[in-house]
Every structure is written in structure tokens, then in C-alpha cells.
Design a protein around this ligand. Structure first.
Ligand code: 4AD
Ligand code: MG
Length: 438
């Protein structure tokens, strides 16, 4: 590269280059023409900046090329950064040169225009839709949430231990398993890393895994994906009373981090920030019994022993201005590995955290069955194939201890923090009952 050529700069950093000439590599976001001046808006993935091309001030081909620019054409633009309080972002670029990398043909224009498109159209063009300002804001918040979760556990002495995606058995019930051919055997895409986390916790004490998990959910709701990401901590020598505060601290930490680091994105999304600011610990705690009473008062059809539906979760969350913790559900609605409450064996030592404003369950977890005989009988009752669980039973044969953990679904948290109507926008390429492409 010519040492005298202007530096390449990201749009987010243009404030460091006022009155200097810079090069920006990006795409055309929009173009407005006003007589002998063009106002192209450029984007580069880090921000937007308005360019100004004055016909009388540039070479004739620069102005001619600028006029022909189409939405999403890729380009390298050279220009001088100027402070301009009236421009969006506070800066503008006095364009001196334009190198078009690819001109999107005018007769084959970029399919997503500023007009309104239907959701299915946008989902079919998800690979392009991601370029929009709104989707970019969501991607940024998602990134921050994931990083915050990792920092939270890393800073508290947890060891990341990766768990497998191809597994020989179910973790969360056999009705939502994706089966795959594994040479001459059947394998399943993991529903949760938990069982392996329990092995890891016995090795390192405090562990977490973070990865994609799969549920063959036939439900078409705004909260369900078939592929979603889950962060799952597991702690040896811990019980329900240890992981409830852990879950609470994690959620409060993540919200705080997003408010501190991603305010611009949250504002872009039009999120009500005061509602997020309210989400500080401690969170209200209810037993399942208390939650059922509240629900009946609010007109739900629920009876003791049933699981909460999405509407029940929404009704409950409406009562509080921050996430609510519900513990001790009936064992019959929970997975086989849940430890019963010895004081009341019909309920499990489990916990769900429900997000406010009707965003539903974001965390599920609890204390695990540590007793060999009890665990074996639960595996048999659940009609799970014992052979596939022999290794899991080993954890109870060799130095079993009380232990507990939970899983937090990243997409539900993104939906809540960003204030999105549906989880389909929370993950770059959503997988749902009716969607496997792009
Ligand atoms: O409550 P779940 O099923 O719990 C478990 O899988 C435990 N084994 C986790 C553990 O204890 N290590 O799922 C945990 C969370 C839910 O609270 C929800 O946030 C999310 O995962 N989740 C989903 N998110 C999107 N789409 C789906 N189909 C989801 N199913 C669960
Ligand atoms: Mg759950």
C-alpha cells in the first residue's frame, strides 16, 4: 500500500480523525441527491456516516459514479472527516474519491428496501436482513450478553468444559429429540449439556458449558426455537439455595452489562430502558404453590400439579417489575434427574426464572438426584434405556455429592433485553418448526 494514502478507518472511530482524509470500506446504505450535491450514506458494520459529494469540488467521474450508486453496492470511499452537528452521528465525510467494488445492478436491485416488508419475506432474506441497523443492534446486544455470561462465570472460578452435541440419550424428555443416524446406531442432538456438566462438576467443582442445544419442539410460539444456545453452570456441593442466588446475580449482571456497554443499541431498538434499569437483585421469590394461587386469582385454569403454560408465565410476570423466581414445582412436571424436597417429596428442588413483561422462562434448573437407588428408579419410571445412563449412574457410585445447576436460554434473554416480539430475531439464522433456510 502507498504509505501516503489515507488510513483505513472504521466509521465508529471517525471522531478520532476530524479534518483528516480517511478511507472507509463499506456499502451504500442510502443516496439522496439535491441539485449539484449528492448525500450518500455509507455503512461499514460499525456505524453509518453521511457523505457529501459536491459536483464542483470533485473529478467529474467521482460525481458520475456517485450518482449511479445503488443500495448495498460495495465501495471504498476516500474523504475528509468533518464535525457536523446536524449530521446523524455528528460527523460527515467530504468525499474526494470513490472506488466501486461491486455495483448492484439497478435492474436487479437489493430486495430489502426502506419500505415495509412482511416477516416471511424478511426471514427468507435473513442473510441480507442482518445488514439492517435494527438487526445489527440485536447482533451487538446478543454478543454482549454472551460475553457477559462468560465473564460472570470465568470471574467466579468456574471452568468451561465443553459438552458433546451428539449424544446417546435424552436429557429433557424423549418427545423433543432430534434423531440422527450415527453409523450403525441412533444418536440424538443434545437437548442440554447438563448430564455431562454433572460429570465435569465432580472433576473441577464449578463448571459451565455453553453451546447450541436442540429441541424438536412442535410448538409454533414466539418463545420456541428448535436450535438455541444455552449457558449451563453446575456446582458440586451445592443445593437449590446456592443456585437461586447464582441465577439471580447472573441475570442482574447481564442486564447491567448491556445497559453499560450497549445503550446505543438498546436505544436504536426503542427499548424502554427504565424497565431494564429496574431489574436489580434481589428478585421476588415464590413457591410453585404461591404462584398457582396468584394464577387462579388472575383467572388461569391451572390446578395444582400442572405445568405453567406461556399465558400463565405472562400472567405471573405482570405482577412484578423484575424477573421472578419460582421454585419447588411438582416433580411430575419436571425431568427425571430432579432431587425431591425431603420435607415434601411430591415437589422437586427446582427453580425457574421468569423474565418480566411476559418474556417467559429464561432459566430452568435445580438440585440433582445424588442418590443412586432413587436415580435408578426415576430412570426406570421414565422408561429411559438404562444402558445409556450407566456412565451417569457411575457419578452416584463414585463419590456422589449434592450438586445443582441451571440452564439459561440465550435467545429468550436477548428477546427480553432487546424487547423483541419473537425469538426469531434473536439468533442470526433461526431454526424453527417451519424454517430451516437460509
Ligand atoms: O428448562 P430447560 O429445559 O432446562 C434444561 O435443559 C436443564 N437441563 C438445564 C440445566 O439445568 N442445566 O431449558 C433451560 C432454558 C429455558 O429456561 C429456556 O430459557 C431455554 O433453555 N429453552 C429454550 N429456548 C428457546 N427455544 C426452546 N425451544 C427452548 N427450550 C428451552
Ligand atoms: Mg424449563
Amino acid at each position: 500500500m502507498d504509505p501516503n494514502s489515507p488510513p483505513k478507518v472504521e466509521i465508529r472511530n471517525v471522531h478520532q480523525h476530524v479534518d483528516q482524509e480517511v478511507v472507509i470500506e463499506g456499502w451504500l446504505y442510502n443516496l439522496r441527491e439535491s441539485g449539484k450535491i449528492l448525500f450518500p450514506i455509507f455503512r461499514d458494520g460499525t456505524g453509518l456516516i453521511q457523505g457529501v459529494v459536491v459536483k464542483s469540488a470533485v473529478a467529474p467521474e467521482v460525481f458520475a459514479n456517485g450518482r449511479e450508486l445503488t443500495q448495498e453496492s460495495s465501495l471504498r470511499v476516500t474523504g475528509k472527516v468533518r464535525a457536523e452537528p446536524r449530521a446523524p452521528g455528528g460527523f460527515e465525510l467530504g468525499v474526494t474519491a470513490l472506488e466501486v467494488v461491486q455495483l448492484v445492478p439497478a435492474d436487479h436491485a437489493y430486495p430489502i428496501t426502506p419500505k415495509d416488508h412482511g416477516v416471511e419475506f424478511l426471514m427468507d432474506h435473513r442473510h441480507l436482513w442482518l445488514r439492517s441497523t435494527r438487526q445489527r443492534a440485536i447482533l451487538g446486544v446478543r454478543h454482549e450478553i454472551i460475553k457477559a455470561c462468560r465473564d460472570f462465570f470465568d470471574d467466579r472460578g468456574f471452568t468451561l468444559v465443553d459438552t458433546p452435541i451428539l449424544t446417546p440419550s435424552a436429557c429433557e424428555g424423549t418427545t423433543t429429540l432430534f434423531e440422527v443416524d450415527y453409523f450403525d446406531e441412533k444418536a440424538y442432538l443434545t437437548q442440554s449439556g447438563q448430564l455431562y456438566n454433572e460429570a465435569a462438576a465432580m472433576a473441577v467443582g464449578k463448571t459451565y458449558c455453553f453451546g447450541p442445544t436442540f429441541r424438536a419442539e412442535k410448538s409454533k410460539t414466539r418463545r420456541h426455537l428448535t436450535e438455541f444456545w444455552m449457558i449451563e453452570p453446575e456446582v458440586a456441593y451445592a443445593g437449590l439455595d446456592d443456585i437461586m442466588p447464582l441465577a439471580e446475580e447472573l441475570v442482574a449482571f447481564v442486564v447491567r452489562r448491556v445497559l453499560d456497554h450497549r445503550r446505543a443499541e438498546i436505544e436504536t431498538l426503542g427499548r424502554d430502558i427504565a424497565k431494564l434499569e429496574a431489574c436489580t437483585a434481589p428478585f421476588p421469590r415464590l413457591t410453585y404453590d404461591e404462584a398457582v394461587e396468584i394464577l387462579i386469582e388472575k383467572g388461569s385454569e391451572i390446578t395444582w400439579g400442572g405445568d405453567f403454560g406461556g399465558t400463565d408465565e405472562t400472567l405471573l410476570s405482570e405482577k412484578f417489575d423484575r424477573p421472578v423466581i419460582v421454585h419447588r414445582y411438582p416433580s411430575q412436571v419436571k425431568a427425571f434427574y430432579m432431587a425431591p424436597d425431603t420435607a415434601r417429596p411430591e415437589v422437586a428442588l427446582c427453580v425457574d426464572v421468569l423474565a418480566p413483561e411476559g418474556y417467559g422462562e429464561i432459566i430452568g434448573g435445580g438440585e440433582r438426584l445424588a442418590d443412586y437407588d432413587l436415580l435408578l428408579s426415576r430412570i426406570e419410571e421414565a422408561k429411559l434405556p438404562r444402558e445409556a445412563f450407566e456412565w451417569y449412574l457411575d457419578l452416584r457410585r463414585y463419590g456422589t455429592v449434592p450438586h445443582a445447576g441451571f440452564g439459561m436460554g440465550i435467545e429468550r434473554v436477548v428477546a427480553w433485553i432487546c424487547g423483541l416480539e419473537h425469538v426469531r430475531e434473536t439468533i442470526p439464522f433461526p431454526r424453527m418448526l417451519n424454517r430451516l433456510t437460509p
